[in-house]
Design a protein around this ligand. Sequence first.
Ligand code: PNS
Length: 169
Amino acid sequence: MNAPESEEPLLRRAVCPGSFDPITNGHLDIIARASRLYDQVYVAVMINKSKQGLFAVDERIALIEEVTAGFGNVVVESFHGLLVDFCKQRDIPAIVKGLRAVSDFDYELQMAQMNNGLSGVETLFVPTNPTYSFLSSSLVKEVAQWGGDVSHLVPEPVLTALRAKLDRS
Ligand code: PNS
């Protein structure tokens, strides 16, 4: 006998978590690829009260919303506490993370195993586009702070916001 058809369509959901201070082209590439693999992608911006970022969490969210709007299936939210709780509250079974290099792997594997042990959530690793394998928000901020060109490393709205923050035109 066939199972009764559910009224609600089953959405395949995933989350891309991070600090996103600010979002870079490397992050955007991973989110874009996740958005092609899943019906709905949550971008979860971690609130870290013990670490003052360059951008406030609301500013990070606004920038991510702006640069992901074209994907059509991305929801941006902040969270504090455990990522697995964020997933549980929204019925998200998968975390999608980019792996830039082998050096990322040790810590990412530990987090993936911890998260799986805590709640059963799976982590899927996507190899970063080699163009962005050296890229991090911290390096972007450092280079931009000293007047270096980061225009090829971040989306245009982020570049504008960085220049405004750092008072460079
Ligand atoms: O961009 P980042 O700073 O590398 O992202 C790290 C993040 C937010 C993915 C990670 O620190 C995280 O998941 N924090 C939430 C707290 C949590 O769940 N900790 C247990 C992980 S095993």
